[in-house]
Design a protein around this ligand. Sequence first.
Ligand SMILES: [Zn+2]
Ligand SMILES: [Zn+2]
Length: 251
Amino acid sequence: MLTIVDERTIKPVQVYASSQAKREPVDWAAENAGPVSTFPLWHTLSPTMVEQFQREREANGGLDITQVPRDLSVVAWYWRCDRGHRWRETTYSRLDLPVRVGPTFRNVRRWKSIAGTRAACRKCVLEDYGATYAKCGHPDLDLNNVNKPPRVFGGWCGNCRDSRPLQPGDALLVDYAPPTSLAENTLRALVRVQVPLVTPAEANAVRVRPTAWGALHVFPDMLIPSKRIAIEYDSPGEWESGLSISLPGTG
Ligand SMILES: [Zn+2]
Ligand SMILES: [Zn+2]
């Protein structure tokens, strides 16, 4: 999917067409269009598509949709839904007519059947039936995930997951190298056999609520970020020292 800029309004127009659809509407109209009502069935097939095409008549080379063949796949025409979403797509793709696949017919795409019409606009379908994320409420823009009623996924959307500020309990890597000992490295190697411990080069600190002395992170001895477990132990001498496990807040 690519985005081109429509110079008439400087609004991005989404293009849903393969590179095969490389003829511009204006050029095709000048060279190929027959008289109005050459293809009269449009009004029967989809009055909504007729309206969507008509709203972009100028961009579509001044044509009436009845001058456009239904199975044309070389021109990405302009369409505009009644909420103002604009996009380009071939008439062949718009109609999405049931096609024979072996002994059966492939049905209209799922997102169109959820919307209840073959003339559905993708953005409207996402607005009405798209999934959202529970933690931030942001929409999921994948048409494959539309549903009636809409789904709510747990957690954060991809953007928020990548950019949200660190929460208490999150592991992080701080540019600071606490001294390690041979004993610690040996213990780390032993524990690593059983649990997904990270190395100090992957993460060495945990974000905490500001401590009494104002620190925002602490340096546990070992971290298992996937389980949100931090291990702190004392090693004044040999192995008899105590081992304590603490669970930071789960944010
Ligand atoms: Zn729309
Ligand atoms: Zn989000």
